[in-house]
Write a protein that binds this ligand. Structure first.
Ligand SMILES: C[S@@+](CC[C@H](N)C(=O)[O-])C[C@H]1O[C@@H](n2cnc3c(N)ncnc32)[C@H](O)[C@@H]1O
Length: 246
């Protein structure tokens, strides 16, 4: 195969995606979709930048609910969502009882950030790159949970390492890190010696099915079982129950 074949193919595919997204936008607008439709926005953003979005569809309610269940509405500190997209996980976190003023959503796409801010006017939406998480959060105060939908498997190693380092240093001891991944077979980039994995389970009611991993930062083990009462969790494999370090 000629050496320049693959780059040329990639360029052609990118060009094709751009043309296709323009045609799709026109067609969809004529069919009555508005530029505020979550479905419309996610399809267009996917065509514009597939590696950044990293998912063929937005998360299902089952997946979003599975992630949100691990955030304690009564905990102190902020809840930071990474990669809000069109907002299914944000909606699940609010439905879980997280006060909107405690929620900070980081989203890199300006179009999706505007959509999120319109959809959730009382939530703080920050348009920016999670690689600069510390800077984006400023001196917001303690963070008790990070819920991430970032496509860590389709990003390059360096940005992923930066994001992981920021996540580990931002969350207070005893706080949770929640991440989903379509790559069931590989370990989560968020795994670290000081993080205790308390849950790892595939949610099948999502396209494609995704594995949710939950870690407690700076945790030690306790005997008490995790209280998981929703149908998603009854079949869930709770790895361990953990408590914060004293
Ligand atoms: C897999 S989508 C998930 C969207 C939504 N949370 C859901 O579950 O449907 C990943 C989202 O992360 C955003 N994203 C990707 N890389 C990012 C980064 N480095 N910083 C912030 N957001 C990013 C994308 O724009 C996209 O909206």
């Amino acid at each position: 195969m000629h050496a320049s074949f693959l780059p040329r193919l990639a360029l052609r595919s990118a060009g094709f995606c751009k043309i296709f997204s323009r045609v799709l936008i026109r067609g969809a607008l004529q069919l009555g979709f508005t530029s505020r439709d979550p479905l419309f926005l996610s399809v267009v953003e996917n065509l514009r930048n597939p590696a950044m979005v990293g998912a063929p569809c937005r998360s299902s309610a089952a997946l979003a609910c599975c992630m949100a269940q691990f955030v304690d509405p009564d905990s102190e500190g902020y809840v930071v969502e990474l990669g809000g997209g069109t907002g299914p996980v944000t909606a699940a976190l609010l439905a879980r009882g997280i006060a909107p003023e405690r929620l900070i959503v980081i989203e890199r796409s300006p179009v999706l950030s505007c959509h999120l801010q319109r959809r959730f006017p009382f939530v703080r939406v920050v348009c920016g790159n999670a690689e600069r998480l510390l800077e984006l959060l400023g001196n917001c105060g303690p963070v008790s949970a990070i819920v991430s939908s970032l496509p860590l498997r389709s990003l390059k190693a360096e940005p992923v390492q930066a994001i992981v380092d920021h996540c580990h240093s931002v969350v207070s001891p005893g706080g949770v890190l929640v991440q989903f991944s379509y790559a069931f077979w590989s370990s989560s980039p968020l795994e670290a010696p000081h993080c205790e994995k308390i849950f790892s389970r595939v949610v099948w009611r999502n396209f494609p099915p995704a594995r949710v991993d939950v870690f407690i930062v700076g945790a030690k083990l306790a005997a008490e079982p995790h209280d998981l009462t929703t149908p998603e969790f009854r079949h869930g494999q709770v790895v361990r129950r953990a408590e914060a370090m004293p």
